[in-house]
Design a protein around this ligand. Structure first.
Ligand SMILES: *Cc1c(COP(=O)(O)O)cnc(C)c1O
Length: 244
């Protein structure tokens, strides 16, 4: 990694303006669907973006960033070590031989769907850090290609995760089947919200307060159905270059 002083970042557009627009979109959706904007966190998905794009976003007050690729995230974390207040969310696929670095470097993990991974993260979460906040990824559209537990097994899995003291089970996450049909978008998100409501009834001691759903193209439908965390990449940083 380049340890020299970073060269000035030439942002392809005005990040301040993009972030303001993304927040406006979120606020408008909240107004339209009778949600309180302070209940919807904007997670800036910074995968494939340079550290300096995150620095520029952080300068506008954005604190929570989502990353999909571990090595890339660790490099950027190191480059941004002088910004101590950032909150790091892992939203990518988890490889079982990478759990230690995940447990040591992230505040949140949105993509938990296997007990073996949960146990490893629990064992490897350092004592000086608070329990790792985890969300169970649910394969809400039942796509063979997608990660996530089946809705029918979410309760049993949640009960197992709750036994792990170094993990703090905090809610559910989904990436529904892509569609431009607003009604269909809402249906998928409504299913995840209903599942979370069911789990809360059966598990009253769990703090299932986070529903991570909605990306740049379906944030309005997600907010309509109760999302508390929209994961926005394109809306904040612009289109990504193909990579990985
Ligand atoms: C890339 C990604 C996002 C952001 O997608 P955009 O469409 O650019 O907003 C959100 N969630 C996950 C899990 C992702 O991988």
């Amino acid at each position: 990694m380049n340890s020299l002083k970073e060269t000035a970042y030439m942002c392809p557009f005005n990040i301040t303006e993009h972030i303001a627009k993304a927040h406006q979109q979120v606020e408008q959706a909240c107004l339209k669907f009778d949600r309180n904007p302070s209940d919807v966190q904007v997670l800036a998905v910074s995968k494939t973006q340079p550290a300096e794009a995150i620095r520029a976003a952080a300068a506008t007050g954005q604190q929570a960033f989502g990353e999909n690729y571990l090595q890339e995230a660790l490099q950027k974390k190191q480059q941004l070590a002088d910004l101590p207040k950032l909150e790091w969310h892992f939203i990518g696929a988890i490889q079982s031989n990478k759990t230690r670095e995940l447990a040591e470097n992230f505040d949140w993990l949105h993509t938990l769907d296997r007990l073996k991974i949960a146990q490893r993260l629990n064992d490897q979460r350092p004592d000086h850090l608070p329990p790792l906040k985890v969300l169970i990824q649910v394969n809400i559209s039942d796509e063979a290609s997608k990660a996530g537990v089946a809705p029918a097994t979410a309760l049993a899995f949640a009960q197992q995760v709750m036994q792990l003291p170094r993990l703090a089970l905090s809610g559910l996450m989904c990436i529904p089947k892509a569609t431009e049909d607003f009604t269909k978008q809402r249906q998928a998100f409504a299913q995840l919200a209903a599942l979370q409501a069911d789990l809360k009834k059966v598990l009253p001691t769990a703090h299932l307060n986070t529903l991570s759903m909605g990306m740049s193209s379906d944030l309005e439908a997600a907010i309509a159905e109760g999302s508390t965390c929209v994961r926005l990449g394109t809306a904040i940083f612009g289109a990504r270059e193909a990579k990985h």
